[in-house]
Design a protein around this ligand. Sequence first.
Ligand SMILES: Nc1ncnc2c1ncn2[C@@H]1O[C@H](COP(=O)(O)OP(=O)(O)OP(=O)(O)O)[C@@H](O)[C@H]1O
Length: 339
Amino acid sequence: MEELSAAESDSADDTGGTGTVSVEETVPVEETVIATRALTKRYRGGQLAVDGLDLTVPAGSVFGFLGPNGSGKTTTIRMLMGLIEPTSGTARVLGQPMPRATRAVLPHVGALIEGPALYGFLSGRDNLIRYDSADPTADPRTRRTRVAASLDRVGLTAVAGKKAKAYSLGMKQRLGLAAALLQPRRLLVLDEPTNGLDPQGMREIRSLVRELASDGTTVFLSSHLLDEIEQVCTHAAVMAQGRLITQGPVADLAAGARGRLVVTTPDPADAARVLKEQGVADVVVAEERVTGEPPDRELAEVNAALVAAGVRVRGFGVERASLEDAFVALTGEGFDVAG
Ligand SMILES: Nc1ncnc2c1ncn2[C@@H]1O[C@H](COP(=O)(O)OP(=O)(O)OP(=O)(O)O)[C@@H](O)[C@H]1O
């Protein structure tokens, strides 16, 4: 798979510590919103959490940062946000070196990391007013309008007067997003935004992410859920044990793995036997669904062989490979979806 090229050559060492390189206060528009080079974090205890990461997040993408628990996603996000220093390597966000340019960059970035900090005894609206008041760049005269627009954007207007402690987890996440959206943002960074939500809450967050992205905001979201990434992301990077396994457009990642031959039949045992005889490898029977690796021969012949053997075929075809197939193909392991 072809890697995306960075918009900049970035050969200079930004963390060189000369102290003479000035940080631009205005953040220019770049084609690459996040670019890391050999980014590495070793924690004090010796744990290598992120190992030589080269990440390229194109502007306008919904970028899924995918990996099982403990693969280094949160550590990477904390380095990108200037919350912790990398051990080595560089990170640029909106074209600026982090953590050095944190003060210039963060006003353009909305972040939802490790759940929003909310006051339960305040209403949703008052929580946002509090957030907005804490922002020295926010004009107090337009505060109410800004808060109302933000509540509307995340669909919380009807419950804006309720205390935040009465909110469901999904509503709390949406309120956190509303706080991140009080100002126009070039980049939104969401760490596991659907963690702990029920399916309805997950759907709501997903559709909100799609909506935000349609306005041109780049969204970088981490997840350990493969299907979530497939449903909302245009691009993805896959992490395992602190290392980048692959990155690129989601369609390309999945296309890298072969699809599965799927036969639906009330005669699964016979079907499995015939498929094996026809050279289909890794045959798996799950009730009336028999799947396997597509063989190198003409599929029509395989189907004909099933019919000739008296197998009643209700469905026959090759299912598109999922990101999960790609992950398994790349790492040789299953994906820890239990999280
Ligand atoms: N402050 C820390 N000190 C030492 N080790 C840490 C620290 N934070 C994380 N780690 C370790 O670094 C590795 C990567 O953790 P990280 O939280 O970045 O992964 P993750 O992919 O975000 O997983 P999760 O979704 O569980 O947070 C793990 O082995 C973790 O135990």
